[in-house]
Design a protein around this ligand. Structure first.
Ligand SMILES: Nc1ncnc2c1ncn2[C@@H]1O[C@H](COP(=O)(O)OP(=O)(O)O)[C@@H](O)[C@H]1O
Ligand SMILES: [Mg+2]
Length: 388
C-alpha cells in the first residue's frame, strides 16, 4: 500500500510504522533532515544526517538539536529556537550570517539551514533541512582569491603599459628629432646608402611613436575613463560620420543606420568605439561598393548593436586574435594601422558591461557585434526606419 505524503502542515509522525512515502523521501533526500519537537528534542533524522554528523540515529533521537552545533552557538540557539516557535514560518536560518554545524568528532563545517514548522497531532514540530556547503565555500574562497589576483595583475599590467609608454615617449622624441635633423642637414652629402638608411630610421621612429601613442590610448580607456552620462547614440554616430566624411566619400560608401537608443556611458569612448568599427569597415573594403549597416535590437537585458560591412571579411581562426592589442591580419603597406583599434573597442565595451565579437565569412564582409546593458539606458528614442 502506498502511503500518501502528509497534507501540508498536517501530519502524524507516528502514523506509519513501516517506511511510508514520507520516510522514503526523507531517506533519499540529498540534504540532512532533522525534525524536532517544540522543546527542541530530536524526533526524526534521515540517513544523510547520520552521514553528515557521524552520529547514529539512536544517538540523536531524544537529544536536543543543539548537539549538532558548535558549543559556542548552543546558548544563542536555544533562544533563537524559542523565538522561532513563538512565530513559526518557513525561512532560512541565520539570515546573512555564516552558519556552522559540528560533527560528533568535533569537526565544524559550514552549513545552510532552512526551517519549516509543521503541525502534528503531538503539537508543533520543526523541520530543519541542513546542507553541507563546505565545497561551495571552498570554491567561493578560491574564486574570490583568483578574482583579486586577476584584478591585481591587470592593474599592474596597466600601470606598466602606462608608465612604459609614457616614459618611452621622451627618449623617442629625442631620437626622432635628431634623425630628422640628420636627414635635413646631410641629405645628398653622404652617399645614397646613407640617405636610405636615415630614411628607414626616420620611418621606424615614426612607427614606434604611433605604437606608443596607441599603447597610451589603450591604457587610458580605464585610467582616464570619464563618468557615465546620457548619450544619444544617434548623435554620436552623426559626429563620427562627419569625422569620416572624406573617407566615406572617397570610398563611395553607403552607410545606413537604425535609430539608435540613448544609453548611459562614457561619451568620448562611445565615439571612439563607433569610429574604430566604421573606419575598419571602410578600410577593409573589397572591390565592391562599400555598404555599411549600423543596427540595433533589444535582446533580453542587452542592446545588441552591430556594424556590418560587405568588405574582405575575416577567416574564423582570427575571430579572437584581432581583438588582441597590436594584432593585425594585414601589413601596414596595404592597410595603414597598428592593430590597436579592436583592442580598444573591446576595453571600451567591457568597461560598459558588454561583450564584443565578430561574425564573418571570408570574402563576404564582416559584422561586429557588441552588447550594452539596457540598465545603462534611460529611454529609447523614437522608432524610425533609420537615416543614412
Ligand atoms: N571590418 C573588417 N573587415 C575585415 N577585417 C577587419 C575588419 N576590422 C578589423 N579587421 C581585421 O582586424 C585587424 C585588427 O583591427 P584593428 O585592431 O582595428 O587594427 P587596425 O585597424 O589598426 O589594423 C585588422 O588589421 C584587420 O585585419
Ligand atoms: Mg582599426
Amino acid at each position: 500500500m502506498i502511503n500518501h505524503p502528509p497534507r501540508s502542515g498536517q501530519t502524524n509522525l507516528d502514523e506509519n510504522n513501516g517506511p511510508g512515502l514520507f520516510e522514503e523521501l526523507l531517506e533519499a533526500a540529498p540534504d540532512a533532515f532533522v525534525i524536532a519537537d517544540e522543546q527542541g528534542r530530536i524526533v526524526l533524522v534521515n540517513r544523510l544526517t547520520e552521514d553528515l554528523f557521524g552520529y547514529s540515529r539512536g544517538e540523536l533521537l531524544g537529544q536536543n538539536v543543539e548537539i549538532l552545533l558548535p558549543a559556542r552557538f548552543r546558548d544563542g540557539h536555544v533562544s533563537h529556537r524559542t523565538h522561532f516557535t513563538a512565530s513559526p514560518r518557513t525561512r532560512a536560518m541565520g539570515g546573512a550570517a555564516d552558519l556552522f554545524a559540528r560533527r560528533k568528532n568535533g569537526l565544524e563545517f559550514p552549513v545552510e539551514v532552512s526551517l519549516s514548522p509543521i503541525k502534528t497531532t503531538e503539537g508543533m514540530h520543526i523541520i530543519s533541512v541542513i546542507r553541507d556547503i563546505s565545497e561551495r565555500k571552498r570554491t567561493q574562497t578560491l574564486l574570490a582569491k583568483q578574482a583579486a589576483e586577476l584584478a591585481r595583475s591587470n592593474k599592474e599590467l596597466e600601470e606598466f603599459a602606462y608608465v612604459a609608454s609614457h616614459d618611452l615617449q621622451e627618449p623617442l622624441r629625442m631620437v626622432t628629432s635628431y634623425l630628422q635633423l640628420l636627414a635635413r642637414r646631410y641629405k645628398g652629402q653622404l652617399d645614397a646608402d646613407a640617405d636610405e638608411f636615415i630614411a628607414f630610421a626616420v620611418d621606424g621612429a615614426a612607427r614606434m611613436k604611433n605604437l606608443i601613442e596607441d599603447l597610451l590610448t589603450y591604457s587610458r580607456v580605464t585610467r582616464h575613463g570619464q563618468n557615465f552620462t546620457d548619450i544619444a547614440c544617434n548623435d554620436v554616430l552623426q559626429a563620427v560620420l562627419t569625422d569620416l566624411k572624406f573617407a566615406i566619400t572617397d570610398a563611395q560608401a553607403e552607410v545606413k543606420a537604425d535609430a539608435l537608443p540613448v544609453v548611459t556611458g562614457d561619451r568620448p569612448q562611445l565615439r571612439q568605439l563607433f569610429q574604430n568599427l566604421i573606419s575598419n569597415a571602410l578600410k577593409f573594403r573589397s572591390g565592391k561598393q562599400p555598404e555599411i549597416r549600423i543596427s540595433v535590437l533589444r535582446e533580453g537585458d542587452d542592446w545588441l548593436f552591430s556594424v556590418g560591412d560587405n568588405g574582405i571579411g575575416i577567416a574564423p581562426e582570427y575571430f579572437e586574435r584581432i581583438f588582441v592589442i597590436f594584432q593585425r591580419l594585414h601589413d601596414s603597406k596595404t592597410h595603414s594601422g597598428t592593430g590597436i583599434g579592436l583592442a580598444v573597442c573591446r576595453r571600451i565595451v567591457e568597461r560598459h558591461g558588454g561583450r564584443i565579437w565578430v561574425e564573418s565569412q571570408e570574402g563576404h564582409g564582416a559584422t561586429f557585434y557588441f552588447t550594452f546593458p539596457v540598465k545603462n539606458t534611460k529611454f529609447f528614442e523614437r522608432e524610425s526606419d533609420g537615416h543614412d
